[in-house]
Design a protein around this ligand. Structure first.
Ligand code: ZN
Ligand code: MN
Length: 505
């Protein structure tokens, strides 16, 4: 086998090709019981403790549809501006996989419950319409646990165990039409779309939308076509990318890889690929089946679903506000500029800021910490802002300490570091590490007098009216006090020291 051609530089790839995206998002619904049986859906239970003949696919068992799951699917469809089918059916999608004991997945095929929707996402101020082809109901599969080997993956494992607790958990799969014209922003568009879905699904209350736990999973399809061409190229599908950041990274990688292949005269193979978070690369999975390979046929054990139109209309009326509308009124209430609000929503900080404000912080302060200090921390740790080990309440507590004059902004940064390192709540950290601003006037005054004595020529310039020279002395006092001084108070003290003497003389 010849070595794979080198990746092409992203900008060069974008000069030669237009990417087309297709995103398939699986959402695990948070119903209490499974799609077709009464088993619990609780996450993290003892393996195989939440199973029954139906979700184990035992002979003679019959499925019964979960009405709550249908309701959630309809609400998702309505929120995505889809049409809701007046009648639809389930289908069997036939294939073998050890985590699927029936040898078929109960899904929907040519009659999805929701179809033809659209949403608008924003990337760097540009509005991009994403057409939704369908949102259909299906059941989740069980889970394989690979034992032995270092990575938990099948490669290198000694054996595998099966946990069927997840088999039969209700899913809604949301599939876009090809997304064209995003150009070099394609990876960001994909990320913005999944972030939009996450916020929307959370607002609907239909799912935990925890990407790291797999309750929101994204398969990212991408293909390239030469610039100006109209026929789509061959796509690859990168499976189960489990964070927003990884979606963007995986697509950038896949675009560069495909462009490298095409430029070297090779061809892209239609296949699924696996994303490797650590190396930032994808590797081939199975060659991708065509729909007809699954031998879909209508599920004979379930009656067609015909949602009552009055029910659908009632669900439509009860929909919560869409995330962009919510962001618009929050922006007005908080008095943020559009750019400030973009920082907040683009960085995934909206709900965190809402919670920090609810915990008592001023909106501007809440925004500042989540979009600077904590965003930097999340970025360097390679995690989503949501996963930062600091709560909204703790952030509000830091700000309260600042407002009370116990610490200043500089010290706050050290408090953040310590809280993020797991050293306790802000007030405890301030106490334990002795980070409070010196309120003791005599210690401050002594530090000021030392600085004046150390830099007599600076002091002299200030006495002669060159007040701007005071910065050098403030700097020394701050160093002396290890940042625990309040700059404004120190400045005032220095000026008092140097000018009171003049008035007296
Ligand atoms: Zn069951
Ligand atoms: Mn699916």
């Amino acid at each position: 086998m010849s070595p794979a051609p080198a990746l092409l530089d992203f900008d060069r790839a974008m000069a030669l090709f237009d990417p087309a995206l297709g995103l398939e998002v699986h959402v695990e619904l948070n119903t209490r019981s499974k799609m077709f049986c009464g088993c619990s859906t609780e996450f993290g239970a003892e393996p195989n403790s939440q199973t029954c003949p139906v979700c184990l696919g035992l002979p003679g068992s019959l499925p019964v549809l979960n009405r709550r799951a249908v309701e959630s699917a309809i609400r998702i469809g309505l929120a995505l501006n889809c049409s809701i089918a007046s009648q639809c059916r389930f289908a069997r999608k036939n294939y073998f996989y050890p985590d699927m004991p029936k040898d078929f997945q109960t899904s929907q095929y040519d009659e999805p419950i929701c179809h033809d929707g659209r949403v608008t996402v924003e990337v760097e101020g540009r509005q991009i319409v994403i057409e939704i082809e369908r949102a259909h109901m299906e059941e989740d599969a069980g889970k394989l646990v690979h034992v032995g080997g270092s990575t938990g993956r099948i490669q290198g494992a000694d054996h595998s165990l099966l946990d069927y607790n997840r088999a039969g958990v209700p899913l809604v799969e949301i599939v876009t039409k090809p997304i064209l014209g995003a150009g070099a922003q394609a990876p960001q568009v994909a990320r913005a779309y999944v972030a939009y879905l996450r916020d929307l699904l959370r607002a609907l209350g239909v799912s935990d939308v925890r990407m790291e736990q797999g309750s929101l999973r994204c398969d990212a399809n991408v293909s390239l076509m030469p610039r100006g061409a109209t026929e789509l190229g061959t796509r690859t599908e990168t499976k189960n990318v489990n964070s927003l950041r990884s979606i963007e990274r995986a697509l950038r990688y896949e675009i560069r890889r495909q462009a490298g292949l095409l430029v070297a005269g090779g061809r892209v193979k239609q296949e699924t690929r696996h994303w490797h978070e650590d190396s930032g690369t994808t590797s081939p999975g199975r060659s991708k089946e065509q729909a007809e390979d699954y031998r879909y046929f209508p599920e004979p054990d379930l009656a067609p679903v015909a949602p009552d139109p009055e029910w659908v209309e009632r669900l439509r009326l009860e929909l919560p506000e869409a995330p962009p509308q919510r962001a618009a009124w929050l922006r007005a209430e908080w008095g943020f500029t559009e750019a400030e609000m973009r920082d907040v929503t683009g960085g995934g900080a909206l709900d965190l800021v809402v919670r920090t404000v609810a915990a008592g912080a001023a909106p501007a302060a809440a925004r500042k910490w989540w979009t600077t200090e904590l965003a930097r921390w999340a970025n360097s740790a390679g995690v989503e802002l949501e996963a930062v080990p600091m709560t909204a309440e703790q952030v509000a507590e830091v700000q309260a300490l600042i407002d009370q004059g116990v610490i200043n902004d500089r010290l706050a940064r050290r408090v953040f570091e310590a809280v993020l390192a797991g050293q306790g709540d802000p007030a405890a950290v301030v106490r334990d590490l002795g980070l409070a601003v010196l309120s003791d006037g005599s210690a401050l005054r002594q530090a000021v007098q030392r600085a004046i004595a150390d830099q007599p020529e600076v002091a002299q310039r200030i006495r002669q009216g060159k007040v701007q020279a005071v910065g050098a002395l403030i700097g020394q006092v701050m160093r002396d006090l290890r940042g625990r001084g309040d700059a404004a108070a120190i400045r005032q003290l220095i000026l008092d020291e140097l000018t009171s003497g003049q008035e007296a003389g």
